[in-house]
Design a protein around this ligand. Structure first.
Ligand SMILES: NC(=O)c1ccc[n+]([C@@H]2O[C@H](COP(=O)([O-])OP(=O)(O)OC[C@H]3O[C@@H](n4cnc5c(N)ncnc54)[C@H](OP(=O)(O)O)[C@@H]3O)[C@@H](O)[C@H]2O)c1
Length: 332
């Protein structure tokens, strides 16, 4: 049997292009005991994948050139030699960018599509939802009445952070890159205010105006000058869950910014970087709480869905242009 896969053809310098990827056919062996044959349904593209395209040591190993990329996938079991899975089961796991793939029963888990659509297990009920939940609740530790600012607010992590902060009775301000996203955050997702960083000339002033009591929690998804502007409005004893730095992922040199440490020091601010897997042992708690809020309609979600396996590279590159609102997904 053959299938189609997308490999890393070359490593990018700066912003990746479609030439860094290649689609090719490959033979699949027969499955062995304890394995299943899967057909991909939904594929996640995520900003961290950009880091894995570099040949650099990080918390996740680099993608190898000439080998398929991989990431979160929701797939259907089409053949099984596992006692835990049968044909027709819908599962999720970290799987290669192939139309069909073989997985060990140890590396996949069944999902409950009666709670939410299957693709939500790549977003609000998957890695990005857990990132929002643990980053905000375990590092940000919101208290009622506090002001929470989140950058990348209309993305998969950001829109969940803002809604969880609202559930905690915080005052929530989002930062995003289009007027449509700003309107959506305020009208549909319960943000108290939102700022379009692309059309706001003085972000420091705009944040001061939107946050009259200062910023108690800054959930940082983007880094760079947006974060400099937020942090210049930071309150005493504020917390900064450092989740992502997407504005810097394609930088070819380290940009200089203001020296923020004196302000963090004198205002007793906690800034803590984290990777969602730090909370692995607590994932069941996160899954349960997120699923409960989704079922109770207290957490809403939206997705940008590209159609067709061949769209995977384009969808990944779209994250760096702000093409997505909510989770970027490729449906096959
Ligand atoms: N620590 C962890 O374990 C963990 C886990 C998941 C994600 N993350 C990080 O969290 C962040 C959000 O991830 P996500 O999956 O939710 O992605 P996402 O927000 O759904 O998609 C990326 C968004 O980033 C914004 N963006 C792109 N380039 C930007 C720039 N130069 N400056 C400001 N904003 C920019 C775009 O929105 P606009 O239209 O608003 O520009 C884009 O839609 C990323 O930095 C990611 O690496 C970390």
């Amino acid at each position: 049997m053959t299938t189609t896969q997308i490999i890393l053809a070359s490593r990018p310098k700066g912003l990746p292009t479609l030439e860094n990827f290649k689609m090719e056919d490959v033979a699949l062996p027969s499955i062995r005991d304890g394995e299943v044959l899967l057909e991909g349904m939904y594929y996640s593209v995520d900003p961290y994948m950009r880091g894995r395209m570099n040949d650099a040591k990080s918390y996740a190993p680099p993608f190898e050139t000439g080998k398929p990329l991989s990431g979160g996938v929701v797939a259907k079991v089409i053949e099984s030699k596992s006692t835990n899975f049968k044909s027709g089961d819908i599962i999720t796991g970290n799987l290669p960018w192939q139309k069909k793939m073989i997985a060990s029963e140890k590396d996949i888990r069944k999902i409950d599509t009666t709670i939410a659509p299957a693709s939500y297990y790549l977003g609000i009920l998957g890695m990005t939802g857990l990132t929002a939940y643990f980053g905000l609740m375990h590092i940000g530790k919101p208290k009622a009445g506090e002001t929470v600012v989140v950058s990348g607010a209309a993305g998969a992590v950001g829109m969940v952070v803002g809604q969880i902060a609202a559930i905690q009775n915080c005052y929530v301000v989002g930062i995003a890159g289009t007027d449509e996203k700003i309107k959506l955050l305020k009208d549909e997702f319960g943000f108290d205010d939102a700022i379009n960083y692309k059309t706001t000339p003085d972000m420091k002033k705009a944040i001061a105006a939107a946050c009259p009591k200062g910023v108690d929690i800054y959930f940082d998804n983007v880094g760079g000058s947006i974060s400099d502007a937020v942090i210049s409005n930071i309150n005493f004893h504020a917390r900064i869950p450092l989740c992502g730095q997407i504005s810097l992922y394609n930088s070819t040199e380290i940009p200089m910014g203001p020296r923020l440490q004196p302000m963090l020091l004198t205002r007793s601010v906690l800034m803590q970087g984290f990777i969602v897997s730090n909370f692995q042992s607590e994932f069941p708690e996160g899954h349960k709480q997120l699923a409960t809020w989704v079922k109770e309609c207290r957490l809403k979600f939206t997705e940008t869905i590209e159609h067709g396996f061949e769209k995977l590279p384009q969808a990944l590159l779209g994250l760096f242009k702000g093409d997505n609102t909510g989770k970027m997904i490729v449906e096959v």
